[in-house]
Design a binder for this molecule. Structure first.
Ligand code: FAD
Length: 448
């Protein structure tokens, strides 16, 4: 191993929330840190753009009770939190395109379908309680051997109930129920606490927003780290031996450190060449499929019509919408998610077609004003070379059992962070924060 590389205590790969938190925590403890980021900006799956002078989140944005670490981080950085707008009626679009208003989380399906869904929800909660979030594969062969789809087929008795669960799966995991194991669904629920914690606005993971966006939290952390961050530095190779690691970026630049924390999504970690090689169990995991749309209006006009701006759509291509207007309510912002198979279908269309399809769908849900926004932004997360899908990695049948012990365990001097390595709030911003803190603590302990 060459000794000509500049040397630091710890290199962190990936400046998403996990990598930023990890690097900042190590720096706070007097460690010399280098944070290498592939993109020309920090934040990863929290990304933002300026629309009419306000930061709009193109990635993760909601936080809720139980996500203590992101609330603590926001407080420490002086970022205020405010409630997601939920007053008024939600809209359900049926498969035939009919619109029904409803309040709360479960729309007015037929009475039998409603009963069916309620039973399925309590069963999922009950099964989730049997999962050990620290070691989800333990004692869960049956749940790991089947997809969520096969569980839905066996468990639900009404076609309306089954179709609603497909929509719920798209909304929660951004995939089809055939793409993840039952065990992964149960683990995810366990890691959040309950199904209600996952699905709800008030009392659940969508309860609050961050002023200036989640992206604003990332940029504030980046300001603290200053020159410790190198942008445009995609890491391609990590070598380790008994004395340290050498991390090499795409342009051939190498850096030496005593330890490295890899804080990138699983498919990106699998693309790094490790020497010596890592356990094969760490090979690729698929991600969900999400296109997020942000449309801006002079005012949140739907509120006057008694609507919350939240919609659940069984017809598609939109899975759901949420009011994402600034706290002041001066302007109106709707976000719409096209998830799972509909995201892949829509991505195959031309940009003009996609825009037309989206605006038609919004117009149908909220009236003609919704179809003529002042601004229109699209972010297809599957096309992002350094994310490759969202919201998070999906474990297909057998993957938890196979990955098992290699999931979070350091491989020598290589440590893992990122939302996908968190037993609590897996896949969420809060999980990313927790993973960054845990990795920093583990490395700090090894260094001292
Ligand atoms: C549309 C969308 C909506 C979401 N909604 C919510 C929500 O409302 N609430 C919530 O809590 N969560 C939400 N999430 C999920 C949440 O955003 C993520 O779980 C979290 O931000 C992940 O952070 P991370 O640091 O683990 O990973 P990432 O944010 O993916 O960060 C990884 C970083 O590593 C970089 N990188 C990749 N490869 C390399 C390489 N080879 N070398 C160097 N750098 C590399 C990437 O560019 C990126 O900056 C959403 C995500 C999306 C996309």
């Amino acid at each position: 191993m060459s000794h000509h590389h500049p040397s630091v205590d710890v290199i962190v790969v990936g400046a998403g929330m996990a990598g930023l938190v990890c690097a900042e925590r190590l720096r706070g403890r007097g460690r010399e840190v280098l944070l290498l980021e592939a993109r020309d900006q920090v934040g990863g799956r929290t990304a933002g753009i300026e629309v009419d002078g306000e930061t709009v989140d193109l990635g993760g944005q909601f936080i809720g009770p139980g996500q203590d670490r992101i609330y603590a981080l926001a407080a420490e950085l002086g970022v205020p939190v405010f409630p997601t707008y939920t007053a008024g009626a939600n809209v359900l679009e049926t498969e035939t395109g009919r619109l029904r208003r409803f309040r709360g989380m479960v729309p007015r399906l037929g009475p039998l379908a409603l009963l069916d869904v309620a039973r399925a929800q309590s069963r999922l909660d009950r099964l989730a309680r049997t999962v050990d979030a620290e070691a989800p594969w333990r004692g869960q062969d049956a749940a790991d051997g089947q997809t969520l789809q096969s569980w839905i087929d066996r468990t639900l008795r009404t076609s309306g109930g089954r179709r609603f669960l497909v929509l719920a799966c798209r909304a929660i995991w951004a995939c089809e129920p055939s793409e993840l194991s039952l065990l992964h669904a149960l683990f995810y629920v366990k890691s959040a606490g309950s199904l209600a914690a996952v699905t709800d606005f008030e009392g659940g993971a969508q309860q609050d927003r961050l002023e200036g966006g989640a992206y604003g939290v990332a940029t504030r952390l980046a300001e603290r780290l200053g020159a410790s961050i190198r942008l445009n530095a995609p890491v391609q190779r990590i070598e380790q031996n008994d004395s340290g690691v050498v991390v090499t970026a795409k342009d051939g630049t190498s850096w030496r450190a005593r330890h490295v924390v890899v804080a990138v999504p699983p498919p990106l970690a699998a693309r790094i060449a490790f020497h010596p090689p890592l356990p094969a169990a760490r090979d690729d995991l698929p991600m969900g499929s999400v296109i997020k749309y942000v449309t801006g209006y002079p005012a949140p006009f739907w509120r006057q019509a008694g609507l919350s701006g939240s919609a659940l759509c069984m017809r598609g291509p939109i899975a759901m919408t949420v009011d994402s207007s600034p706290r002041s309510g001066r302007r109106g912002v709707l976000i719409a998610f096209v998830n799972g198979a509909p995201a892949r279908d829509l991505a195959a269309r031309s940009p003009e077609d996609r825009r037309g399809i989206l605006l038609d769908a919004l117009g149908h849900l909220f009236g003609p004003q919704a179809a003529t926004p002042a601004s229109f932004v699209e972010r297809n997360w599957n096309k992002e070379a350094f994310t490759r899908g969202a919201y998070s990695a999906l474990f297909p049948p057998g993957a938890w059992t196979r990955l098992g012990a290699a999931w979070r365990a350091p491989a020598g001097r290589i440590h893992w962070a990122g939302s996908e390595t968190s037993p609590r709030w897996y896949g969420y911003i809060d999980g990313a924060v927790r993973s960054g803190e845990a990795a920093a603590d583990a490395v700090a302990a090894r260094l001292s």
